[in-house]
Design a protein around this ligand. Structure first.
Ligand code: HEM
Length: 205
């Protein structure tokens, strides 16, 4: 199957719409006060889920490109990864502003009380490193290290559903479902992961 440059452009536009329209809907929900009885929780959950979905879709691209024999799809990975990062940053900002009211002392207390926040922070730092190193210019500068850095996406993809599962008190069905999807996404690239895990950490490539 082939995807011409206009097909790829159209796909990218659809993906941008797919991530920006839900954010606009959220803004509208806030303005029209339609986010239910606990709008702060709603906003934090909505953006956390959006980030998780973005991350999972990003990881689905390369298996899909292989199944559909559509190499051009790989050019959508950066766009998707950056949207996952945007949602994660909004998620964090909403938590810091609406939940903690930017009280930095509270953050330390919250982290001690809710250790799953450390897991979320670690995942966010990984997404930050991937976003900052995503421009082609930086990629060229980093050479081989770029791929090694970007392999950290697999760590983030495992940390995020753990952050989710750990954050819930009783409703474990949905987060467990997300963990299973992320494990499946890892299983699809088991050969690559086996190679990565068997390689000594300080080895070159
Ligand atoms: C500094 C980083 C982060 C902080 C402080 C943070 C904070 C939170 C908080 C406060 C909750 C709500 C827990 C509750 O119900 O009481 C939450 C849930 C969640 N977070 Fe994060 N998070 C962070 C990073 C991330 C990242 C990077 C992702 C995804 C890429 C993510 C995805 C989620 C998801 C999916 C949920 C569950 C949403 C739901 O219950 O519907 N978080 N996070």
């Amino acid at each position: 199957m082939r995807l011409g440059s206009s097909g790829l452009m159209l796909l990218k536009i659809l993906l941008h719409l797919g991530f920006s329209v839900p954010l606009l809907w959220l803004v509208w929900g806030v303005l029209s006060e339609r986010l239910g009885g606990d709008p702060v929780q709603y906003l934090i959950h909505y953006t956390g889920k959006g980030a998780l979905h973005g991350l999972m879709i990003t990881l689905l691209v390369s298996p899909m490109a292989r199944w559909l024999k559509l190499g051009a799809l790989m050019q959508c990975r950066r766009l998707l990864g950056l949207w996952a990062f945007v949602y994660a940053v909004i998620h964090l900002m909403l938590f810091l502003s609406l939940d903690l009211l930017f009280e930095w002392r509270l953050l330390v207390a919250e982290v001690i009380k809710r250790p799953y926040l450390v897991v979320g922070m670690t995942a966010l730092l990984i997404l930050l490193a991937l976003a900052v190193s995503s421009p082609n210019r930086v990629r060229r500068k980093l050479g081989h290290s770029w791929q090694r850095l970007h392999n950290l996406i697999y760590v983030a993809a495992l940390l995020v559903p753990v952050h989710y599962l750990w954050s819930v008190k009783s409703e474990i069905l949905e987060p467990t479902f997300y963990i299973l999807i992320c494990v499946w996404l890892m299983w699809l690239r088991r050969d690559k992961l086996k190679k990565l895990l068997s390689r000594p950490l300080n080895s070159g490539a």
